[in-house]
Write a protein that binds this ligand. Structure first.
Ligand SMILES: Nc1ncnc2c1ncn2[C@@H]1O[C@H](COP(=O)(O)OP(=O)(O)OP(=O)(O)O)[C@@H](O)[C@H]1O
Ligand SMILES: Nc1nc2c(c(=O)[nH]1)N[C@H]1C(S)=C(S)[C@@H](COP(=O)(O)O)O[C@H]1N2
Length: 176
């Protein structure tokens, strides 16, 4: 299977056209470097807000045997072109709505518009897919809210092992 791979998918019309520099992908990369203790590699892609493009990118990433986690940023809102949650539903076998519920709840401490995000999460095969909003500052805010649950989730779906940096936070691993 090789070392764990983590997919990072930026969904943005303007970043995909080069109209602005993608700050979401690098913010996720930086966050992972801070919280993960151990070896992993990242796979990065930028796509526009088109259902088929997003779904195909999710499949390309998740179906790499070593890929245990895919994190998306952007396209979770109510605008006509915001379809990342639809693409996530389309490619997942099982949804995990608790991730979206928790991220929205925590995000309300920062912005009242947190309720506009339809961000969700689900499992495709042995890969967990998690949606984050497009606003780059939302990335750490949302990941802080859910990361303690990710190592156990990856264990349960047989995605591989991930160790978190104890100085950042403690992952919750229920005793068996
Ligand atoms: N990848 C990104 N890099 C830098 N800033 C971003 C990125 N994605 C979004 N943003 C910023 O966050 C705001 C909200 O993100 P949202 O996903 O709603 O983008 P948008 O307005 O639909 O436009 P686009 O799809 O062209 O990024 C954007 O208007 C932009 O200022
Ligand atoms: N933590 C956090 N959540 C957030 C935001 C934010 O700045 N921080 N922005 C909100 C806004 S303004 C919108 S429109 C929705 C959807 O954003 P998206 O379409 O960029 O994914 O996410 C919301 N969730």
């Amino acid at each position: 299977m090789g070392r764990l791979a983590i997919g990072i998918l930026t969904v943005s019309d303007r970043a995909s056209r080069g109209e602005y520099t993608d700050r979401g992908g690098p913010a996720i990369e930086e966050y992972l470097a801070e919280v993960i203790d151990g070896d992993y590699r990242t796979i990065r892609e930028i796509v526009c807000d088109e259902l088929a493009e997003i779904a195909n990118a999710l499949i390309r990433m998740a179906d790499q045997p070593s890929c245990g986690l895919v994190i998306t940023t952007g396209g979770t809102g109510p605008a006509p072109r915001d379809v990342t949650p639809e693409a996530t539903h389309q490619v997942c076998d099982k949804m995990l709505p608790g991730f979206g519920e928790q991220m929205r709840q925590v995000s309300l401490q920062y912005v009242p518009t947190a309720i506009l995000s339809r961000q969700t999460a689900g499992v495709r095969g042995t890969t967990l897919i998690v949606n984050l909003p497009g606003q780059p500052r939302a990335i750490a805010q949302c990941l802080d809210a859910i990361f303690p649950a990710i190592p156990y989730c990856l264990e349960l779906i047989e995605a591989g092992e991930i160790k978190t940096n104890a100085s950042r936070f403690t992952a919750f691993l229920p005793k068996k």
